[in-house]
Design a protein around this ligand. Structure first.
Ligand code: HEC
Ligand code: HEC
Length: 280
């Protein structure tokens, strides 16, 4: 009796195992071919390095002198308690003099500053100030030094190359922000945030100024043209991924999607197998 029950389930069980294995192999194979397609995109785009735009890919915003006065007032009321009236830093917060308008604009426009909780990594939150007020603060801090870091970048992505941006992103950014830009914890205990809400200016500012634990990429590492390519890729395909088929599993990738298909498929086959077994 016992034997016959086992025998009854043997054939369906063998079918389930065979289908499961083939599913596993095909999901791995599709992941492989996706990786291959990516490599081809990256390879074919290497010719794009010779592409020369007529217009500069990145211009620096000029901040009118009239911004300095209102900026001083805003700085005094919201920043000086921590950074000092002359922005040279206190025991509570670092020096800001000479950092440049891009750094100030990035930290204020992403809502990282003014800081509310000094115990944790400053994170992006709804900004306290509008665009003009933010630039006024940047103008004030920049006026405190004759030598400043990068100004606020205005990125022109019209002639940017998405394939080039893709491969540059994979090489320089994906290790921390992940291939989909959804962000990840870093070994240092810091967190590389999602890139899904950053504006073109903020992406370029992050690249050029290296906030917190992020490395700074100067013109020697990435040209303006390459920064524009990355900005186009981040604010394009990363922020608005095309649906390339499959269920919306949050873009977790073909291997994970293959496994979900596997689970659902095998579950269904098990039911069929037991039903057949019972009928026999
Ligand atoms: C409660 C105290 C506090 C207030 C208020 C505050 N900051 Fe900060 N700020 C900090 C601390 C602490 C850091 C370092 C944080 C970090 O690195 O994550 C910092 C970092 C910064 C940085 C980055 C400096 C660098 O070297 O990269 C900028 C820029 C900045 N603040 C600007 C401002 C501006 C502008 C304001 C006002 C709108 C402001 N902060 C208000 C505490 C404060
Ligand atoms: C070593 C890890 C690392 C690498 C590599 C890296 N980043 Fe970051 N990035 C970070 C961390 C950490 C932060 C958060 C900094 C903070 O808030 O203190 C960040 C913040 C950002 C932000 C701000 C997001 C927001 O909305 O506030 C942008 C945009 C960004 N990175 C883009 C990039 C791009 C583009 C590249 C590639 C050129 C890149 N990063 C490479 C670690 C990294």
């Amino acid at each position: 009796m016992r034997m016959s029950i086992r025998a009854r389930y043997l054939l369906p069980a063998a079918i389930v195992v065979a289908v499961a294995l083939s599913g596993l192999f095909s999901s791995v194979a599709s992941a492989r071919s996706a990786g291959h397609a990516r490599a081809q995109v990256a390879g074919s785009s290497s010719h794009a390095g010779s592409r020369q735009g007529h217009t500069a890919a990145i211009r620096t915003m000029r901040l009118p002198r009239s911004y300095i006065g209102p900026g001083r007032v805003l700085f005094e009321s919201t920043c000086s308690a921590c950074h000092g009236s002359d922005a040279s830093g206190t025991s509570r917060a670092p020096n800001l003099v000479g950092l440049g308008a891009a750094t100030i604009d990035f930290w204020v426009s992403t809502g990282r500053m003014p800081l509310t909780n000094a115990a944790v990594q400053a994170t992006e939150k709804p900004p306290r100030f509008d665009t003009k007020q933010t630039l006024e603060i940047a103008a004030f801090v920049s006026s405190l030094s004759s030598v400043n870091g990068p100004g606020v970048p205005i990125v022109d992505t019209r002639t940017a190359s998405l394939p080039e941006g893709d491969s540059l992103f994979v090489l320089n950014c994906a290790a921390c922000h992940t291939i989909t830009g959804s962000g990840d914890a870093l070994a240092s205990g810091a967190y590389a945030p999602s890139l899904h809400i950053a504006t073109p200016t903020q992406v370029a500012e992050a690249i050029r100024t290296g906030p917190g634990d992020m490395p700074r990429f100067g013109p020697g590492n990435l040209s303006n043209r390459q920064v524009a390519d990355i900005v186009a890729y981040v604010t394009g395909p990363i922020q608005h991924p095309d649906n390339v088929g499959g269920l919306g599993l949050g873009g977790v990738g073909p291997v994970a999607e293959g496994f979900v298909a596997l689970l659902v498929g095998v579950g269904g086959l098990m039911l069929v197998a037991f039903w057949l077994g019972d009928r026999a």
